[in-house]
Design a protein around this ligand. Sequence first.
Ligand SMILES: CC(C)[C@H](C(=O)O)[C@@H](O)C(=O)O
Ligand code: SF4
Length: 467
Amino acid sequence: MSPKTLYDKIWDAHVAHEAEDGTCLLYIDRHLVHEVTSPQAFEGLRMAGRKVRAPEKTIAVPDHNVPTTAGREDPSNMTEDSAIQVAALDKNAKDFGIHYYPVTDVRQGIVHIVGPEQGWTLPGMTVVCGDSHTATHGAFGALAHGIGTSEVEHVLATQTLIQKKSKNMKVEITGKLRPGVTAKDITLSVIGATGTAGGTGYVIEYCGEAIRDLSMEGRMTVCNMAIEGGARAGLIAPDEKTFEYCKGRPHAPKGAAWEAAEAYWRTLFSDDDAHWDKVITLKGEDIAPVVTWGTSPEDVLPITAAVPAASDFEGGKVDAAQRSLDYMGLKPGTPLEDVAIDTVFIGSCTNGRIEDLRAAAAILKGKKVAVKRAMVVPGSGLVRAQAEEEGLADIFRDAGFEWRLAGCSMCLAMNPDQLQPGERCAATSNRNFEGRQGRGGRTHLMSPAMAAAAAVTGKLTDVREMM
Ligand SMILES: CC(C)[C@H](C(=O)O)[C@@H](O)C(=O)O
Ligand code: SF4
């Protein structure tokens, strides 16, 4: 048998049909659904008189539009469009008999946090969702990627997806990370090195000692941003940590079924002599705590650097950099640590898990925020409950943070949590383009610990000075 990558193995195990031009019909193991990209898909089924093919493999949760404050089950607390989308999901979930976590359910949260938490996401699976950050689930050694609304309808109706295979890319992070450096710094640094188009046409497998050393939460953070690096999906081979995380989750297999599954999962790794179309290697010890300065996730620099000048770049990037600097209101040569922050947002499917909240709380303990507003939005109701149990919620509240209900929140401007024009935010989310967090809002992406440090000093801060 010819050697295979992990991606090759999962792909081959799911091809139901291959056409002559290489177009394949892939079987889909899990279909995650949220309120924004599903209404027309369900409407399409209704009009065609079709059912959901595999309701037991279809899981829905409202997350993007929902407010994160008390009383959010009242539709009058949402814009009309949002209320319509959430109500449609409520109805579609009921009519089509799929698994559903409404806002009133403690298990509700961001779809990419709920899936793994409930044991829906497991190694070796194909996982799709009408959402680009489906890449998150790749942390389990699942082939997971976003799909468009017409594909959502196709998967609902057939439990299959038409796909062409991507190329194989290996991103290896060797050695150990230095103190204060996290999964978020890895994933941003990779994008800084490859650019936002570096992964175009590829599925990335992240490997190396620094990746192995990450928790499942950290691995999800890394894979989450594969899409910002242009890749179709990001993957990490499953190992003991993966099995440990999955075991006992509500929808994970039990007993003999678990044994059989685990035996299969142990075959899910890239063979030594597998073929890679592209390889990138970063040394773990070279990665610093980073922040973004511009309006693309590739505009990333170590916190010890200064704001660049447009003339530091080449080709088309010169104009783009100038535009970024103007939008962000930054002067070249300013040390990043001198950039004052108005707002801090800790949350999102990149960094809204329990480990992220622990990392932020460790910096905030006994301190007060020096920014106009600061909010923590747990990625799910269960993360929220656990953080309360561990005393993290008290640390956040005592420091002056708002302690919110689960949802996408200020990651994107689709709900009441938005930046004002010119407002500058230290955010743990994954996108920083113009208007992402609200019209005219300015986003600096960073890790939860770095965001907490910025909250305390009121400016971008090297978290290593506070450790
Ligand atoms: C609304 C949704 C389609 C979108 C996505 O696909 O990523 C959102 O989750 C985002 O992060 O921008
Ligand atoms: S948290 Fe942000 S990135 Fe993640 S699914 Fe929601 S909007 Fe998209």
